[in-house]
Design a protein around this ligand. Structure first.
Ligand code: KG4
Ligand code: ZN
Length: 356
């Protein structure tokens, strides 16, 4: 079963061909980081226009690299929720046009649910990886989401908790700006943190938010503010009139790296401690399935590995190429839907929020 997947929910224009839900024949991602860098964040209008220009060349590359003719495809899948509506429309319109003109089924995929499929993806020709035993705990850590799920054999995902303010990836991106680490913040803070010591001289312990005693929700806005104060000192005044005693330029490279390490330490601990709480509260699970851009983070991967060992869970982490947004996860997850005969028609809407 060969599926072409399209992904345009945010700032990556992506297309991929995946066989039988797991074997990635091609995975083309045209990132827009160059366009959004100067704004230190994604500008929706710029993102939609760039998707429009880049999508069809990316689709053609994905088919060519897979050595597949459009007529050989069994279905067209597209991420249709959640995301920036203007960006989603570009991918969904293209997918509808392809499905209609090729007379193939159309499958709209929830981007967040697809992140939880990414750990199953392997390069075509490589041995498949063992799937999780259910029930499993699912964790999505991305720029838009930080959510915990209970995953069942039938493919359903019941949400147990989510961030009440910023997503962890969003906090990383802000940390990248505060620490002058470059855009996007996540990978750059990760790199900077590797040369730092979270317990270095005069480095404050940054907050690890656990919320109320039984909460499985997350919160990262306090961590962000604590990092701001650690970098620039406590402000005088409030809001726009606030003035800070220091700027990032007053910090030594060592201190910047130590603060990056302290931030990464607190962010990873906040995620892993919540997993511990979920295990104590929930039904027994056998596996931990992780996805989303922040699952590429070096410290989080180490901590998740140790956590899974300690609790005798099988750990399902995506290969690095499938952590951040990609269309292979969309095409891969769509295969499960197609196998159940669950397809969409040309009225498929785009939605800003996830149903998962
Ligand atoms: O899954 P994703 O590509 O997009 C969303 O669905 O949001 O995640 C992007 C997020 C960004 O915030 C980016 O900074 C973060 O993932 N990220 C990382 C790393 N690589 C990407 N965060 C921490 N460490 C990394 N190595
Ligand atoms: Zn994503």
């Amino acid at each position: 079963m060969l599926i072409l997947g399209l992904e345009t929910s945010c700032d990556e224009t992506a297309a991929a061909v995946v066989q039988d839900g797991v074997a990635v024949c091609s995975n083309v991602v045209a990132t827009q980081h160059d366009l959004h860098q100067r704004y230190a964040g994604v500008v929706p209008e710029i993102a939609s226009r760039a998707h429009l220009e880049r999508l069809m060349p990316v689709v053609q590359d994905a088919l060519a690299q897979a050595g597949v003719a459009a007529g050989d495809l069994d279905a067209i899948a597209v991420g249709n929720r959640p995301g920036l509506v203007g960006s989603l429309i570009v991918g969904v319109s293209a997918a509808k046009a392809l499905a209609w003109s090729l007379d193939k089924p159309l499958i709209g995929v929830d981007h967040v649910r697809a992140h939880l499929h990414a750990a199953q993806l392997v390069d075509a020709g490589d041995a498949p990886v063992a799937g999780p035993t259910y029930p499993a705990l699912g964790l999505v850590v991305s720029g838009g989401h930080t959510s915990l799920y209970q995953l069942s054999e039938d493919g359903s995902a019941t949400r147990l908790g989510r961030t009440i303010d910023d997503a962890v990836g969003e906090a990383y991106d802000k940390a990248g700006v505060l620490l002058n680490a470059g855009y996007p913040g996540g990978p750059n803070v990760d790199k900077l943190a590797q040369t730092g010591d979270p317990h270095g001289p005069d480095i404050p312990a940054l907050p690890i938010s656990m919320l109320s005693a039984d909460s499985l929700d997350f919160s990262f806005s306090g961590l962000k503010t604590a990092l701001l104060y650690a970098v620039r000192g406590h402000p005088e005044g409030r809001g726009k009139s606030a003035t800070f005693p220091r700027s990032i330029d007053d910090l030594s490279d060592t201190r910047r790296a130590d603060l990056a390490a302290a931030f990464q330490h607190a962010a990873s601990q906040a995620v892993v401690r919540k997993l511990g709480r979920a295990l104590k509260q929930g039904p027994q699970v056998h596996a931990l399935v992780v996805g989303g851009g922040v699952s590429a983070n070096s410290e989080l991967r180490k901590r998740l590995t140790a956590f899974a060992q300690e609790h005798q869970l099988s750990l399902h982490l995506p290969a690095m190429a499938y952590c951040v947004d990609n269309a292979a996860m969309i095409a891969g997850y769509a295969a499960l839907r197609l196998a159940q005969g669950d397809t969409d028609d040309l009225h498929l809407p785009v939605l800003a929020t996830s149903r998962t």
